[in-house]
Every structure is written in C-alpha cells, then in structure tokens.
Design a protein around this ligand. Structure first.
Ligand SMILES: Nc1ncnc2c1ncn2[C@@H]1O[C@H](COP(=O)(O)OP(=O)(O)OP(=O)(O)O)[C@@H](O)[C@H]1O
Length: 299
C-alpha cells in the first residue's frame, strides 16, 4: 500500500465510521418517534363514552335556567354525589361551597358532561343536557379554572383561545375590561410577548387577568369560576375582583368559592357536604340557620 492509499483509507474509514454512528443514532430516534406516534394514534382513536344523540337539540342560550334533579353519581363504585337537587335561574349568580372532597368539582364536571349522572338528570331550560348537542352545550360555558391555563405562546394567542379568529380590537377591549392592559402595555413586545414555560414569568394576578380577558372575549352564556385559594397581594386581588365583577354582570354565574366576600355577593349559596346538598339560601338566611355554612364562615 502506498502512503497515499493508506491516508485515503484512514480518511474514508473515519468518514464511514461517523456515518454508521449517525445511522444508529437516527434509528434509535426513529424508533422512539414511532413509539410516540403509536401512542398519539391510540389517543386520537379513543372513543368518548359521552356522545351526541341521533337528533340532538341545538341551543345557543340559557333563557330560564339550569336544574339538577335528584342527581346521583359514582366514580367507578365510589359515591360522589347523592340525590343532589338545586336550580339556578338565568342571570343569577350562585356560589357552591363546602368542605374539600364534598363534590363541588364533580357538579361542574357533570354540568359540562365530562361524565353523565348515574341517576337523575340535569336540565337546561327544561331539556335534559343528554339531548342537547354536545358542542352547543359546552359552548354555553366559559370556565375560569383554579389552575391557570396559560399556554407557552404569546399573550395575544393566550387570550384568543377564548374566541379564535377575533379581531385585534376585540382582544384589546377584553384585555382592558380585565384590567390586563396596564401590565401588557409595559412589556417590550406588548401583546406579542411570549409567556408560559419558556417565556416571561407572569405573577399569579397577571395570569388570572389574562384568563379573565379570555373569558370576556368568549362572552359565554354561563360563567363558571373555580376560585383559587392562593392569596394575592392586595393590589392584584383588588384588580382581579374588579375584573371578575365586570365579567359576572348580568350573566348566569356559578362560583366554587372558599371566600366569604365572594359568597356574600351571590344571589344563592348551595352548601355541599359528603355529596349531598346540606343547605341552600342567602348569606343572611344561612347565617341565622347556624348550620354548616355558618360554621365554615366562622372557621
Ligand atoms: N376522577 C376521580 N376518580 C375517583 N374519585 C374521584 C375522582 N374525582 C373526584 N373523586 C372523589 O370524589 C369526591 C368528590 O370530589 P370533588 O373533586 O368533586 O370534591 P370537591 O368538593 O371539588 O373538593 P375540593 O374542594 O378539594 O376541590 C372525593 O371523595 C374525591 O376523592
């Protein structure tokens, strides 16, 4: 072998070794990718047990109200709600209060048809929600959840999630109503500021106001608030409360709350305990009854 042949051999064998090495890396990436795709397809092919009837009723508003009629519900075989009955008139604000694990979130899950009652029925304007088109039913509600759903994207996209395709001016008005514009205006990229996991860290109060702006943009028939227990500083709390009051105006509202100040402002308080409706009334009537609500208030 000449020196020239030897050096070409060494050079090409190094290239070949590198390529083979890359190939094995790529094959293992490919295998991992295929595994993930398989899981994605499995997920996409899952059938929900909650489906539309053959001829579902179409609705786009709540005219009279919502009623739970003797609703009983089991998770697997664990009872969560037992003969729950109450009604909410259109336009009313209602608080649901009760100890942890009493069944408050389950009530909301049944109302949004994430599960169907094991017994009894839930009606909107007298129609069993099982007969209403699922999309129409869920479109009636705007949810302000306890765990702030802020996505890893811009503030604009986070608010637009409430009404995809809304005009810039509409989004700006929603942000103003939610008292969010004052901090958005101070950011270098304003609405285009990237937030979430790898973006700007927002304070709890700021996140809440973005979520309220999202709900204002959606302008839902029924607002569902799952109030967070975490304490905000006085200024943020004040702004969040003001934004929420605006959102609740003239709107059917259901609030899961732990705050007396919120319950006080609502037309009706439903007290849930061990999956049953223990008391229903206004703050004053429940205080004079001196039952569970009065006890929770004292605590
Ligand atoms: N997915 C589930 N599977 C099984 N049991 C559940 C499930 N979700 C809730 N539960 C149980 O159902 C009961 C009612 O729970 P729910 O979440 O409705 O209570 P809650 O009043 O909203 O509580 P909290 O105030 O702590 O949020 C509890 O005993 C809970 O452990």
């Amino acid at each position: 072998m000449t020196i020239g042949e030897l050096s070409s051999f060494v050079f090409y064998s190094a290239l070949a070794a590198g390529a083979v090495n890359n190939l094995s890396d790529n094959i293992s990436d490919l295998q991992r990718g295929l595994g993930i795709v398989e899981r994605l397809f499995e997920f996409m092919n899952m059938k929900s047990s909650i489906l539309d009837n053959d001829n579902p009723i179409r609705i786009n508003s709540v005219q009279k109200g919502i009623s739970f009629n003797d609703v009983t519900f089991f998770y697997a075989d664990k009872p969560a709600l037992n003969n729950v009955s109450f009604s909410i008139e259109a336009g009313q604000a209602v608080s649901i209060v009760g100890p942890s694990g009493s069944g408050k979130s389950t009530i909301l899950k049944l109302l949004l048809r994430f599960h169907d009652p094991s017994e009894g029925s839930i009606t909107i304007d007298g129609q069993n929600i099982k007969t209403i088109a699922l999309n129409d039913l869920r479109s009636l509600f705007g949810l302000v959840p306890q765990d702030h759903m802020i996505f890893s994207c811009s503030i604009m996209e986070n608010i637009l999630y409430g009404k995809p395709g809304a005009e810039y001016e509409e989004v700006r008005r929603a942000a103003i109503s939610a008292y969010a514009m004052e901090f958005i205006d101070k950011l270098p990229d304003k609405f285009d500021t990237f937030v979430g996991k790898r973006g700007l860290k927002l304070s709890e109060g700021q996140k809440q106001r973005i979520i309220i702006a999202r709900a204002i943009l959606k302008n839902p028939q029924v607002l569902i608030l799952d109030e967070a227990t975490s304490a905000l500083d006085y200024k943020s709390e004040n702004l969040v409360q003001k934004a929420l009051s605006k959102l609740m105006q003239n709107r059917t509202t259901i609030i899961i709350t732990h705050r007396l100040s919120t319950a006080l402002k609502t037309d009706k308080i439903i007290v849930i305990n061990h999956g049953r409706v223990e008391e229903v009334g206004t703050h004053d009537s429940l205080m004079s009854k001196d039952g569970l609500y009065a006890k929770l208030v004292k605590i």
